[in-house]
Write a new protein. Sequence first.
Length: 509
Amino acid sequence: MEKATYLLQMNGISKTFPGVKALSDVDFNLYNGEIHALMGENGAGKSTLIKVLTGAEQADSGAILLEGATIRARSPLHAQHLGISTVYQEINLCPNLSVAENIIIGREPTKFGRIDWKTLNHQARQALQHLDIDIDVTQTLGSYSVAIQQMVAIARALDISAKILVLDEPTSSLDINEVEKLFEVMRKLKGEGLGIIFITHFLEQAYQVSDRITVLRNGHLVGCYETEALPHVELVSKMIGKALDDLHSVSKTRNGERAHISKSKMLIAEGISRSGVMHPFDLDVAAGEVLGLAGLLGSGRTETASLLFGITRPTGGTLTINEKQVRRFSPYRSITKGLALCPEDRKADGVIEDLTVRENIILALQASQGWLKHISQKRQYDIANQYIEALGISTPSADQLVKNLSGGNQQKVIVARWLATHPQVLILDEPTRGIDIGAKAEIQKLVITLAKEGKAVVFISSELDEILRCSHRVAVLRDREIVEELSGDSINETQIMHTMAGEQNYAES
């Protein structure tokens, strides 16, 4: 794109939080009339960069220029006054208020000291007509679909300021038709000279609508690239930090270790789906087998786990666990049928920090039995001590508060919690995230051991090395869809990366 000057320049941005270097000398720039995709995996620094831009955080060093003038937003409200608005994935509007009120809130026109509702509604209609949206603005926002609410949020943002629009994962809850409508609006605004920063995890969407792509990884700038000149697989490589010409194989569980895998399928999913969450997918795993789920952040790995476990209820398809079809989906019913899920975020969804190791371990078992069937304290200690020893949990005693344990040992406590329910199928969602190398190796060995003991394991990881070490088969996900299943010699880093990038027909020369 031949353009003389930048609308926005962020130069040498650095930001440190206690114990974490979130951004390290990052540059980012944006032209007028450009859709610029900002991409990267978890912890890449995307959110921090946007928070610095919009004043939610202050940079430790670096400079921000808007139309050539240095700015420093003191708050998101100040950023809006400067001409920078953000629409987040979670729509932060008021569903109980009317569409018009949501668009004009805080800037209501008045007449004789009272709100002029006729003018307010007219202004809201004009704001939406600018986006080619024709709805009744007097109806409550909550009565409309998520897609319409997203458009209302954009209309509000543009009504406040109209230089830079930041869209943070705007398509995460939209179906294909709604995404295309959003893209039409984005292209229209681009044509009017607006600069749009598009944060997304969906590769195909970035290629559909963006002019350039900036990639961050671990708080560092990987590079800025013209979208049409960047092959899909190179984008994947840059995001996960694997050089295409430097890939190598690692020792693989599947080689010579399939004898213990049963022919009996413990879990069979057929056409499981939910609109806006996951496209229909088929998946099965046998007793003694590890099925790896590989894909970039946002590809649908965690969504798949949530659908299987019943956290998110499927709207289509069938699920069979141990030859019994699931009729009603819920975590409780999953536990009673022998399915367990170790969640991705152990802090938010896993350990309860102010409880002891013992209390954390027996939690799921107690819940599955019901609170009226209290597990005796003696049995609680027996169970806790059994798994402390079996998993090598490093703790002075079962009465130690779990928050005092290392990340790796906390992760083992979560695994112990679910093993105590005696599951036949165990879903492990990023079980090694945020723990040290030694603890990672122990968890990986545990995954393989569980399979040898006859468990059917679904293993989710963003680290390809882990997937290769632990998996007998690998299902590759992209854009909320299982796009390929790999087995045998086809399981290698290069093949997985090309499949993530949408090149399923790739074959090593």
